[in-house]
Ligand binder design. Structure first.
Ligand code: DC
Length: 225
């Protein structure tokens, strides 16, 4: 760890994978263990969606949405996302925002705008960045790339437990169906589709605990260093 800490600056760890594969929880643990900054890029797409709804901009108004994205100031404070000075961390998790984010994520100019922000974050600090296109498009040359996967059933079960814990009233079937729809949208979109990055270490977390997966990642980073 000592040796690692000396070289942590500007280290980039990418974690991609489908919704509910455990990316966020695992990325947070890895970041904490290695003293790096955790960046949740899905939250950034959600934030633009939230802003679109808040400003009453129609989802067919691509030009208006791009303008909102370009005028956005985002920063992460620990695990909170601050958008234009407002803590939006909880607001961006609503089902309404969740289901409309794929519209926003399919706009090339929005992706470019957020990609530039993501690359800028990494200039200031070492990062563990998770999303769908981090190892393929944002940092294709990153030294530490991971792809997390899990079965749809297991991912739905995890999401269900997470939402129930927060007091959200949901049905398991609804969640599984939302996950299947989001997988199809993420994997089949023409622009930056979700796929395994070249050279990434693929981990199936269906039968592994969060802790086990985090350990595999941390160990493999330390071995490579
Ligand atoms: O990981 P998440 O569920 O918070 O992601 C929200 C949405 O943003 C999801 O529809 C996929 C999209 N996304 C993306 O297109 N590219 C990323 N790097 C991260 C998320």
């Amino acid at each position: 760890m000592e040796k690692y800490l000396q070289v942590k600056e500007n280290i980039i760890v990418t974690i991609d994978g489908p919704a509910g594969a455990g990316k966020s929880t695992i990325a947070k643990i890895v970041a904490e263990k290695l003293g790096l900054t955790y960046i949740d890029t899905g939250a950034m797409y959600r934030a633009v969606t939230y802003k679109t709804i808040k400003n009453g901009v129609d989802f067919s108004n691509t030009v208006g949405i791009i303008e909102l994205a370009l005028k956005s100031e985002m920063r992460f404070e620990k695990e909170k996302l601050i958008l234009d000075g407002e803590d939006v961390s909880d607001k961006i998790r609503s089902r309404n925002v969740t289901n409309r984010t794929s519209i926003i994520a399919a706009i090339p100019e929005v992706r470019k705008c957020l990609r530039d922000m993501q690359r800028n974050f990494s200039k200031k600090q070492g990062v563990v960045m998770e999303g769908r296109d981090i190892g393929t498009v944002v940092f294709p040359g990153a030294p530490f790339k991971f792809y997390l996967d899990a079965s749809v059933g297991e991912r739905a079960r995890r999401r269900y437990a997470e939402l129930r814990e927060k007091g959200t009233d949901v049905e398991m079937d609804e969640i599984a169906s939302d996950i299947r729809k989001r997988d199809a949208l993420d994997q089949n979109r023409g622009l930056c589709p979700l796929k395994i990055p070249e050279g990434a270490c693929v981990i199936d977390s269906t039968k592994k605990t969060i802790k086990e997966v985090a350990e595999i990642i941390v160990k493999s980073i330390k071995v490579k260093k």
